[in-house]
Write a protein that binds this ligand. Sequence first.
Ligand SMILES: [Fe+2]
Length: 268
Amino acid sequence: MSRATGRSTVLHISDVHVTERGLLYDAVDGIARLRAVGDYVRRSQMTPEAVLITGDLAQRGNPGAYGALRDAVSELRDAVQAPVLTIIGNHDDTEAARTLDGHEHSHHRTVLVDGIRFVLLDSSSGELGAAQRQWLADELATPHGEGTVVAVHHPPLGSPLPTLAKAGLRDAEQLLDILVGTDTRAVLAGHFHHPLAAHVRDIPVMVGPSLAYHQVMDGRADRISGHDRAMFSVVHLHADAVTATSVSLETPTPLFSSSVAVPPTLHR
Ligand SMILES: [Fe+2]
């Protein structure tokens, strides 16, 4: 937690879909976009306590992408001066992803950053499964510091988009059974490629937007349509609140820009 602001900042990136070679859909360079996030953070003078990337790190069928991804994660860590924590999603190659830092032995684990406990889960198969759920229950049996952030690629609920309504975590109810009554501050997820804020059984669930492409709400009800928009989210953990702010990497021409006095306690 920042002593100046009384809150912790988590930069939440999701669904990067890095490719081995060439551009995703002839347009998207996931590595360049990770670099752009680092540049954005530097320009904004944000000082996040941690960066979290919630899965679909690489595009399906691109096991050779993880070397460049590992380097990009390292570069981002240096750019923001904070740990970069990763989980895998349904697109990720479970074997090739073992070359990433922290994934050598298991794709689920706990990482402590200052007072926050990050519980990083593996839903690459679409569910957690009984063994991982038992591990999670054991981890959360004891509260930690300022509380726990649970990271899982598949959100524990459906999307309002008809084509993604059933795309949430298959064992969502069992996950929520475990989380209720623990010190979980928020569940941070991805997978939908559109931001979503929810409150499920009193637990805040923040689905981050995708850094690779945005799935739009005004497509046909029987189609999913990805549009070229790179976004991430800034999550603030206050003592009594959690907020998530979607940020677009696009920089259209500003309409206006004027100075506003900001109290020191609200500085980033
Ligand atoms: Fe994805």
